[in-house]
Ligand binder design. Sequence first.
Ligand code: FES
Length: 170
Amino acid sequence: MQEQLTEGQVLKIMEKYDNDAQQLIAVLLDIQAASGANYVDERWSALTARVLNVPLSKIYDILTFYAMFSSTPRGEYVIEICKSTPCHFTKAEEVVGWFEQVLGIQMGGTTLDKKFTLSRTCCVGACDVGPVAKIGDEVYGDLTLEKVSTLVRSYREGLPSFREALACQN
Ligand code: FES
């Protein structure tokens, strides 16, 4: 997916937060969500630094510290596999293998259609149903190869009803 944002749109995002530097993370999250490729382009980092009057290094620190951010383009959906110890013991690596198999990519890669990026995350608080994968705001647990295939198909074909029953209830 191509970068869709314009400078005017990025300025509007900052205005929505009253150009308040205290809202920097929220601003960056909105920019990332609006990018169309799940990342914060360096142009928008520089613009944000200028308008909110914060050091560019602070923005880079945020983009590199928080796993939810990326400064390089990613797929429309980022599939994050929990790598923390409880999930590790419940075979998270097997889940990684299933996603790699179904998506035809390696961990860290993005599918050719730019739909999916495979990534790792730390504990998302659903250890009792590990191993888990997080896609957007949804967490999916007790994964099997069949569930992984269903999830990927559901996101790829835009069929939310396929995955609703698989999501953990928060
Ligand atoms: S360790 Fe994976 S959700 Fe907690």
